[in-house]
Each structure stands twice: as structure tokens, then as C-alpha cells.
Design a protein around this ligand. Sequence first.
Ligand code: GLC
Length: 633
Amino acid sequence: MKPVRRGNRPITDAEAFALRWRRVRRDLVGPVSRLYGGVCDHEALLERMRAMMEGHWAKRPAALKALDLWRDLDPEWFLSEEVAAYVFYVDRFCGTLKALPDRLGYLESLGVRYAHMMPLLQPRPGDSDGGYAVMDYRRIDPKLGTMRDFEAACAAMRERRISPCIDLVLNHTAEEHEWARKAREGDPHYQAFYRMYDDEAEPQAFEASLLEVFPEQAPGNFTWIDGIPGPNGGKWVWTTFNSFQWDLNWANPEVFLAILDTILHLANRGVEVFRLDAVAFMWKRMGTTCQNLPEVHDILQALTQATRVAAPAVIHKAEAIVGPRELVPYLGAGRHEGRASQLAYHNNLMVQFWSALASRDTRLMTHVMRTHFPERFRRAAFAPYIRCHDDIGWAITPEDTAHVPGMEAPAHRAFLADFYTGQFPGSFARGADFQSNPETGDRRTNGSFASLAGLETALEAGDPEAIDLAVRRILLGHALIASYGGVPLLYMGDELGLLNDHSYLDDPARAGDGRWMQRPAMDWERAAEAPDTDAPHGRIWRGTRAILATRAATPQLASHVGTRVLDAGEGVFAYERLAEDRPVTCLCNFTDGERLAHVPVPANAVDLLTGTAPKREGDAVRLAPYAALWLRA
Ligand code: GLC
């Protein structure tokens, strides 16, 4: 590698690239040699990567290079207390990409700095798993617009300091993707992009230790595809999700290069955050569940570090919906510390929120959050959320319930599934089972935030007290994700309390997938009323906006500040944000009654959300039903 000589003049573009490559190469050599050293000359592979990255850098638009420089100097920009995200489907939010710039004012008024547009690359026709079966990564779904519209929408977001985020599905492509098409025709180069088998011996051997993601709609992990040239007139193809989603073979360095090429191409169109979909499944090894294998972390580090060279403004968010132990490495553990994806979904906080809400008991939550997660990460943070477009999987382990007297994991999981489908006596929730697996007893749950939190049943009953409690539960959730640390993800409609949507049942391409229940269209009428009405949607909207505004004005809530979980008794979840100047103590009452929290709080502390002093009783703080308090001296 030639050294870069410093001159007495501003750095040139080419020198900037060369310096970044030098800085990052040492974080690429390890993963690339471990992943591919056995199948190719990894030095030559690194050279191909460098050439490809240099090509993208040369074509990167000036406006994005300007952003690169800002972010190079402020690489932890996403950890700021001002960064909060909004997650939405473009069609359900505003129709098309062309219409999006006119709706950015709404996001701005809520306090959003990061906009996740749900899958928008060209999906296969018909059922596309909500856009997660992509047939062309370089085209926008024609229903939403063109690549030009996308670039214009990204530019409009940049103007307002909102970072555009899109999904990149890298575990699988649609069977209609060009790579899959060529593989089907018999092209060996592209057959090696997937995992294909002439007979069922190997698939069956793998199945012995694999789990099923969609046991109801797509049982098994392999699909027989007729007509692929071979001795048996077809081949078995690895399909973890639906049969039309073919798993990519990441053991092939050509797949790595092709996806990196895709990332950098899209980064140059204006993407600032890539949500890397279903990453847990990317590497396969016989005799394992083929989830969370160490190689996955090498792939993610290599993709993140390569992106830092050719598009430094861009960060990655890993979507790994896994148990607590498996989750932490996605933000960089051991050799990957400070080098992995910058963000990862905090599905465990999400599960614990719903678990504590149903049981009015925070002991499991306190144990899980305290035991499994470090107080902070290096150059990375979680993305906490309460709801998203997917179902809730009750990831609760016996090892954790063992710490709560009287609680057992299978019974608690069944209780949660019963509670949130409304079957449990006295439940306020209205949701539905998803992918029940009679063999394992596993049941997952669908439903919108508001319906699961009791707003639907309360409105139906016309019961003002129940409505009030539901609103409080929703604001408790928003306050939790806004203060816990990490980038809070607000899911479209949850700022207005949108209820379950059953209209998907009328659309044959969606009717088979109950997750559409929590993907309602945006209700702009309600949004327009929200600032002034006393109806639930007004209270929720104004409460959410106030929560995000308070967060943005509180540097102690930034994501680089550590979070320590405290013990505050059975119904209260408490944590301290460990700022060196003025730490913030956050208290969440998960019950419908008043509660006392016995945690040390400075005498002069004020609740930042209301600007008032908390009610005290001796050394304890008194909390109203479902109250969230952020106490700072
Ligand atoms: C992710 C998505 C989910 C999709 C799956 C397969 O988990 O969130 O909606 O079904 O990946 O792409």
C-alpha cells in the first residue's frame, strides 16, 4: 500500500479515499480472510473490493461527499439525543415518493430525524412478503416511483436534516431476481449464489437442527424447484422464509462483492441508513440452527467497514430478532467491538415491555435488561421500539424466568399469547395469533400498538376510564424507548393510536399474512386534528411530540450515555442514564394503580416531562398509573 503524503493544501478526493482505505483496511483484513481465505486468495479479493469501492467513490455526488466529511468528523452523529426515527410504508404514508417531500413537515413537527421507508426496491409481483422478496435492487418499486423520485426524496430529507433509511434484504432474493433466473437456467456462476441440492439428503440433514420461521404459511426450509438442469430434473433450494425467497450463499465471495456493490450503488443515490434484513440467517453450518453463527458478525463488520471507506455518511442497522445472549454481538462484542453495525433492533426491550404490561410485574424485565446487556456500546447503540410491521415473538427463556419466583417460561409465553389475543380473562388487549406451531407450542402475536395496549376494546366499550388507561400505556411505551438509550423507532400510526386494520383480508396477495393487521394506512384526517383535539389520538400525538422534544433538549439522554437498570420493586421499571454531569433517573409504572419507587433521587430533582417536582413519600417517589418520570437535578 502506497503511503499518502500530506501536502500544504486541502486534501483531494482521491487522497481522502486512500486515507480512508488505509484506516479501515485493518478492520477488513480479519473478517475477509476468515470468511474467504479458505476458498480464494483474500488479498486479491481485498484488491477487487478496493477497486470497486474506488469506482463508487469516484461517482459519489458532491452533496453526499459533503455529508461524508461532516460525518467523518462526527462519526457518532446517530447517537445524538436529537435522532429519533419514524418507520413507514411509502404507499400507506403518502402514496408515492413524489408526494413524500410534502409530508416531511409532519415528520419534522413530530421531532423525527431519521425516516425509515419500508421496502421500496422492486419486489416480485403478487405476494412479496411485504416487499422483502426483491427482484431488482437497483430499481424502485414502480408503484412508488422511480429512482429519480427516490433521489429527489432523499435530497429533500437531507435539506431538513432527516436521514433516509431503506431495507436491504441480504439473506435472500426473490426467485424472480436476475441471479436466481440465471441459476434456474443452469448458469453455474449464479447457481453458486444460492444453496442448491440435487437430492434431499443434505437438506434433510440440515433440517434436523433448523427451526421454522413460517411454520404455517411456509413449512420447512427448502423448496423443490422443478426444471433446474441437473440429474433429477430440478433442485432443492434453501428457502428459510417463503418458498419464493431464495437464500443467498454467503460462503461465496462473489455474493459478498455483489451485495457490497449494491449497497454502495444505493448509498450514492442518497441512502444514509441501511436496515440489513434478517441478518441472523446469513451463514449456515450443518448441525446448528444456522442462526447467529460467528461468520455473520464477520460479514457485518466487513460490510460496515467497507461502507465507511466509500460512503462514510452511511451507517448500518442490523435486524436480528433473537434472544438476549445472541443479540449483543450484533453491536460489536470481542474482536468486533466498535466495528460492527452501528445500530440493532432491541427486540428484547420490546418483548419485556409487553410482558411487564400484561403481568403488571417488572421483575423479569429488570432481570433481563440488567443481566444481558452492557451499559453502553462503543460507537453503536440499540434501536429500541415497541411495535413494528412484524409479529411479536415471545423470546423469553427458562434461564431468565428462573430468576423470578413462581414464573416458568413456557407458561409465561402462553400467558402472553393468551393475553394479547384477548383470550385471557380481564385482558385489555386485542390481537391475533401468528404462526402457531403445535409441535413446539410456539405462538407469536399480531396487533397494532394501540389495539394491544387496550385502546380498541376501550373505545368499543365507550369507557372513558379504560380509554385513559390505554392512552397512558401508549405514552409509557413512547417514553420508554425515548429515554432508554439508543435511537427510538416510532412506527407509523403509533403516534396517533391507529387500531388493527383488517382490510388486508380483501387482498389476495396479502390475505395469507396476518402481519398486515399492524400495517394500517396513515390517517391524515386524524393527524390534522391531533394538535387540537382531546380525543385519544390528540392526546397520544401531543404526548409523543412532547416526549421527543424533551429528549432532544436533554443531552443526558443521548445514546452514548450509558444506561444502568435499577431495582425499584415489582411494578416499576427504573433505570439511570449515567451522564457525568446530571444523571437522569427514569421511572416507569407498569401497573394501573399508584406505585412507590424506592430509588435514590436528588432532593431537587424535577420531572423533565412535566417540569414539576415528583411526589415524594419518605425516600420513595410516588407514581400515578402507567406514569413515566424522567428525573434530573
Ligand atoms: C425480516 C422482516 C420480515 C420479513 C423477513 C424476511 O424479519 O422484518 O417482515 O418477513 O425479514 O425477509
